[in-house]
Design a protein around this ligand. Structure first.
Ligand code: DAH
Length: 350
C-alpha cells in the first residue's frame, strides 16, 4: 500500500461520510433531503470532483482513491436512502392523521323533552296526588251508556247537544263514540271501586268542533271525583281553591258561578282570576278579569243510581277542566292549534 492516507483527497472523502451522516439526519422532509443529496453527490460534490481527478493519479493512487470514492458514494447513498424511507413513512403517517375521521367526535345529542300538554298533565297529577288523590284512566272509544246515559243524559236528552259527538261505525248506529269528555271515567271508577273515592282522571277527548284559536277537535281534560260521607259544596270550593294556589300560584284567585250540567246538582263554572292582567281586564280574558277553566258540582243522585251507590249514605263532588286551555294560559300561548301542529320550533320553547 502506498501512503495513501496522506493523500488529501482521501481525508476529504473520509470526512464526507460523517458530514453526510449529520446533513442527512438534519433533513426534515423529502425536499430538504433531496437538496442534501445533490450537495453530497451532485456535479459540484467532493465525490464527483475526486472522480474527475483520478485520471491524473498514478495507478496505485488511482485504485486507492477510486475504491474510496466507491465506498464513500455507496455509504452516502445508503444514508440518503434510509433517511428517505424514514421521511416518506413520516409523511405518510402525517397524511393519514390529517385524513382520519375521528368517530368518537360527534355532535352533542339533542335530547327532546315532553310536550307542553304532557308536562301540564304531569304537573296537574302531581298537585292532586299531593292532595291525596289517585289517578285513573278510561278508554277513548266509549259507549253511549258511559259517555251519556249513566251521567244522567238519557237518549234524546236536550243537553246532549252540549257535546258534538263523533260516532264510531261499530255495533248499533249511535252506540259507540269517541268520548266527548272524561266524565265517563267517573262511572267506570265508581263501578270498579267501593267508596270513599278521591280520584283524578286525565285524558284525551274528542268533539266535532272546527279548530280555531280556542277550540281543537281533539283536546285534553282532567276529571276529578270525590265520594265520601258528608261531602259538601264547601269541600268542592275549598279543594278547587287549594288546587288553584298550588298550580297557578298564590296570587291567583278562583270563583264558582252557577251553571248547569246534567250529572251534577247544583252545578258551577270554575273560573280563575286572569293570569295575564291579574283581574283588571284584558284581551285574553275578554275584559272580564276571569278565565273559565271548566265545570263542577255535586254528584247528581241519578248518577249514584246508575252505579248502585246509596245517595242517602254517600255524597260527592266532581269537576272537569280543559288541560290545554290551562296550559296555554300558563305559558302565554294564544292559539290552541299551535299545541297540536307539532312544529318543533314552537314546541321546543316550552
Ligand atoms: N264534562 C263536562 C264537559 O266536558 C265538564 C264537567 C262539568 C265535568 C261538571 C264534571 C262536572 O265532572 O261535575 O263540559
Amino acid at each position: 500500500m502506498t501512503n495513501s492516507d496522506a493523500h488529501p483527497l482521501v481525508a476529504r472523502l473520509d470526512a464526507l461520510v460523517s458530514q453526510a451522516a449529520s446533513a442527512v439526519a438534519a433533513a426534515v422532509d423529502l425536499d430538504s433531503l433531496h437538496a442534501v443529496e445533490i450537495e453530497l453527490t451532485g456535479k459540484r460534490s467532493v465525490l464527483v470532483e475526486a472522480k474527475k481527478q483520478l485520471g491524473g493519479f498514478d495507478p496505485d493512487e488511482r485504485r486507492e482513491v477510486g475504491q474510496r470514492v466507491n465506498v464513500v458514494r455507496s455509504a452516502v447513498a445508503e444514508l440518503v436512502e434510509s433517511r428517505r424511507a424514514e421521511l416518506a413513512a413520516m409523511e405518510r403517517r402525517r397524511q393519514l392523521d390529517a385524513d382520519r375521521l375521528d368517530l368518537t367526535e360527534r355532535e352533542p345529542v339533542r335530547a327532546g323533552h315532553l310536550h307542553l300538554v304532557t308536562q301540564a298533565r304531569d304537573h296537574l297529577e302531581d298537585v292532586f296526588v299531593g292532595m291525596g288523590f289517585t289517578v285513573a284512566e278510561g278508554p277513548e272509544v266509549e259507549t253511549d251508556f258511559y259517555n251519556f246515559e249513566a251521567l244522567n243524559l238519557p237518549a234524546s236528552h236536550p243537553a246532549r247537544g252540549m257535546w258534538d259527538t263523533f260516532y264510531v261505525e261499530l255495533g248499533e248506529p249511535g252506540t259507540v263514540l269517541l268520548r266527548t269528555h272524561t266524565s265517563p271515567v267517573q262511572i267506570r271508577v265508581m263501578e270498579a271501586t267501593e267508596p270513599p273515592i278521591y280520584s283524578i282522571m286525565p285524558g284525551r277527548v274528542y268533539r266535532r268542533d272546527t279548530a280555531d284559536a280556542t277550540h281543537t277537535p281533539v283536546f285534553h281534560q282532567i276529571e276529578g271525583l270525590v265520594i265520601d260521607k258528608g261531602i259538601s259544596f264547601a269541600d268542592l270550593a275549598g279543594t278547587l281553591d287549594a288546587f288553584t294556589r298550588a298550580y297557578f300560584g298564590r296570587q291567583v284567585q278562583s270563583r264558582l258561578r252557577p251553571s248547569y250540567f246534567p250529572f251534577t246538582e247544583p252545578s258551577a263554572e270554575y273560573d280563575i282570576s286572569c293570569v295575564f292582567c291579574g283581574g283588571a281586564g284584558c284581551r285574553s280574558c275578554g275584559g272580564t278579569g276571569w278565565l273559565e277553566l271548566g265545570g263542577c258540582g255535586m254528584v247528581h243522585p241519578n248518577v249514584f243510581a246508575a252505579v248502585g251507590y246509596d245517595p242517602e249514605v254517600w255524597t260527592g263532588f266532581a269537576f272537569g277542566f280543559g288541560i290545554d286551555r290551562m296550559t296555554a294560559q300558563r305559558s302565554g300561548v294564544d292559539d290552541l292549534r299551535d299545541l297540536f301542529t307539532n312544529d318543533v320550533r314552537f314546541l321546543e320553547q316550552f
